[in-house]
Write a protein that binds this ligand. Structure first.
Ligand code: SF4
Length: 132
């Protein structure tokens, strides 16, 4: 028997306790999952843990000073600090739309960072005004 690492599956509120058996850095078995998603999660969490990065960046010309953003994909856990660092001090210009890329290839991870809400430019006419 190899070493056993334990993780809590975050795939759904059930929160299954996963046991990941490892021999010479290879995952040989995942136990404790109630569905296949948990098996994949246990393997991924042990070999290459990743998380979504969510934060805010400065925006100029909008009604609020910062706009929420997130990574378009999950970022390797050990690169999260680099991605957050790359966003520090970034300023975007209103208007922005959900899904707009504010930073491509953040910190060389190959992962873009996108806006998660629309923000109009202050004083600009609505984009879809009735009768326009
Ligand atoms: S293994 Fe499946 S049922 Fe259990 S917490 Fe993960 S997603 Fe939910």
């Amino acid at each position: 028997m190899g070493e056993v690492a334990t993780y809590l599956c975050t795939g759904c509120p059930l929160g299954c306790r996963l046991e990941v058996e490892v021999v010479e850095e290879d995952v040989v078995e995942v136990r404790g999952f109630a569905c296949r998603r948990g098996e994949r999660y246990g393997r991924q969490e042990h070999l290459d843990p990743r998380r979504s990065v969510t934060t805010t960046v400065w925006i100029e010309g909008a009604v609020i000073p910062r706009v929420p953003v997130r990574s378009a994909e999950e970022v390797p856990k050990d690169r999260i600090g680099d991605v957050v660092g790359a966003l520090r001090g970034l300023r975007v210009q209103a208007p922005v739309h959900r899904g707009d890329v504010v930073l491509e290839d953040a910190a060389g991870t190959g992962i873009d960072v996108i806006v998660t809400r629309d923000l109009a430019r202050v004083g600009a006419a609505p984009e879809h005004a009735p009768g326009a």
